[in-house]
Design a protein around this ligand. Structure first.
Ligand code: FES
Length: 398
C-alpha cells in the first residue's frame, strides 16, 4: 500500500522496480525496500488464497497462490540465508537484481525472490549446470575510477577505466549512492559472457586498459562474477589489461578471494563501511545484529587476508571509507579505522568518500571540503601514507 503523504510520484517503483504481480501483491518487498521516499507500507493480506499444484525438485506440492517462489520454497522446507551457507539457498538482495536466489522455472532461470508462484510450475533448485545471469547496467567510461583505482591515475583529464554496475545488494544503506542500479529489477539480465563482451568493446572504443565492475554489490552472485572475470580475461589477454572489482567485502571469504586471484583480478576496492558495529548498522541498515557482525568481521578479515597474501605483488588494493558527520559526530572511529588499516599495512591506499544526501537520507548535508581535509589529516596521523579524499572540488590526494 502506498502512503500518499510520502509518495512524490517519482516513478521509481515502476521505472526501476518491476512488480512481479501487479494485480495482487505477493509480498516480495522489492518496492518496499527500494522506494526512495519510504512510501510503501507493508500490509497483511487476509484475502482467501486458492491452492495450486507445483513440482519442486521432482516432488509435487499443493501450495497457496499469490506468493513468491522463494516463500513457497520456504514453506516446503528449503532454507534461505543472507550469508552464503552450505545446504541453503542464498538470498542476499531480495529485490530481483542479483539472481543469486535464481532457480529453474519451467526451464528458465528466474529469481525466486521476485517471481510469482503459478499453477503447474516445475521448479528445480539445482542450477549448477545452468549459465548464470544477473542484471548488469551502466556500461560507461570513467575519468576517476573507483576506490580500487590507484590515486595517481585519478583525474588526469582523460578516460582511465570502463566500468559496469551489478544490480542487487545485500546491504540496505539509507544513503545508497547508486540506488538506481542497486534496486533495478527492470533491466534484462546478462550472462557473464554478454557482460564481458560489452565491457571489452567499451574498452576498445575508449582505448583504456582498466575494466571494472561495481554495484550494487558484484560479489553476491559468486558464480556469475567468477565466470565474468574468466570471460573478460579470455577476451583481454594483453599484459596491459587490468581487472578491477569494487566491493563491500561483506561476504568475501578467504576461499572466494583465492578464487578471484586465481582467475586473475588485478585491482580490488574493498569498501569498509565502519569499525564499530553500531556505525556499521547505521550506515548499512542491517538491523539483524548477528548478520551485521558477520558482514563486518568478514570485510575486515578480507582486507587483512588480501594484504597478507596478495598485496601488492599480485593485486592492487585501494580501500574505501564512507564519511559523513551524521555517521561520525567525532573523528574517533575514523582515527581507529586508520590505526587498524595502518597496522595491516600503512602503504595501502585509502579513499574517503564524502557521502552526499541520497536515496532515503536526503536530510544530511554533504561534507564540506574542510571536513574532508580533516578526515584526511586524522587518517594520516593514524599512520596511513596514501589518503585520498573525495570532495565537492574533486579528489585530493597524498
Ligand atoms: S536475492 Fe533474489 S535476486 Fe537477489
Amino acid at each position: 500500500m502506498k502512503d500518499k503523504s510520502k509518495c512524490v510520484d517519482c516513478g521509481f517503483c515502476s521505472n526501476v522496480i518491476r512488480c512481479p504481480s501487479p494485480e495482487r501483491c505477493i509480498g516480495c518487498e522489492a518496492c518496499y525496500l527500494g522506494c526512495p521516499y519510504e512510501a510503501v507500507v507493508p500490509t497483511e493480506d487476509f484475502e482467501a488464497r486458492k491452492t495450486i499444484k507445483v513440482t519442486i525438485d521432482g516432488e509435487q506440492y499443493e501450495v497457496p497462490e499469490y506468493l513468491t517462489v522463494k516463500t513457497v520454497l520456504e514453506i516446503v522446507g528449503y532454507r534461505f540465508t543472507r550469508f552464503p551457507e552450505k545446504d541453503a539457498l542464498f538470498v542476499p538482495c531480495g529485490t530481483g537484481g542479483c539472481y543469486s536466489c535464481a532457480v529453474l522455472i519451467n526451464g528458465e532461470l528466474r529469481p525466486s525472490c521476485h517471481t510469482r508462484i503459478e499453477d503447474g510450475m516445475i521448479i528445480k533448485t539445482d542450477v549448477t549446470n545452468v549459465t548464470p545471469r544477473r542484471i548488469i547496467e551502466g556500461f560507461t567510461p570513467h575519468t576517476v575510477g573507483g576506490v580500487g583505482t590507484p590515486y595517481y591515475l585519478k583525474g588526469i583529464g582523460h578516460y582511465i577505466e570502463v566500468a559496469c554496475f551489478a544490480a542487487g545488494c545485500n546491504l540496505r544503506c539509507k544513503t545508497c549512492q547508486n540506488y538506481f542500479v542497486t534496486y533495478d529489477s527492470v533491466s534484462v539480465p546478462l550472462t557473464p559472457r554478454e557482460a564481458a563482451l560489452k565491457l571489452t568493446s567499451l574498452r576498445r572504443k575508449y582505448r583504456v586498459n582498466r575494466m571494472a565492475i561495481s554495484g550494487g554489490e558484484p560479489t553476491i552472485n559468486r558464480r556469475w562474477l567468477l565466470e565474468f572475470f574468466k570471460e573478460l580475461r579470455k577476451m583481454n589477454k594483453d599484459e596491459k589489461a587490468r581487472f578491477h572489482l569494487d566491493t563491500n567485502t561483506t561476504i568475501l571469504t578467504k576461499d572466494y578471494i583465492d578464487e578471484l586471484i586465481e582467475i586473475g583480478i588485478t585491482d580490488i576496492g574493498p569498501d569498509l563501511k565502519a569499525l564499530n558495529l553500531e556505525t556499521f548498522q547505521l550506515i548499512t541498515g542491517i538491523d539483524d545484529k548477528e548478520l551485521a557482525m558477520k558482514y563486518l568481521k568478514t570485510s575486515w578479515e578480507a582486507v587483512k587476508y588480501i594484504a597478507d597474501n596478495y598485496y601488492p605483488e599480485k593485486i592492487f588494493m585501494g580501500i574505501g571509507i564512507p564519511y559523513n558527520k551524521f555517521f561520525h559526530p567525532t573523528m574517533d572511529e575514523i582515527y581507529k579505522m586508520g590505526l587498524k588499516i595502518a597496522e595491516i599495512d600503512p602503504e595501502i591506499q585509502v579513499c574517503v568518500l564524502d557521502y552526499r544526501p541520497e536515496f532515503r537520507r536526503r536530510d544530511i548535508k554533504q561534507p564540506t571540503t574542510q571536513e574532508m581535509l580533516q578526515v584526511k589529516k586524522t587518517l594520516e596521523i593514524a599512520g596511513l601514507k596514501t589518503v585520498i579524499v573525495q570532495t565537492t572540488m574533486g579528489h585530493i590526494g597524498p
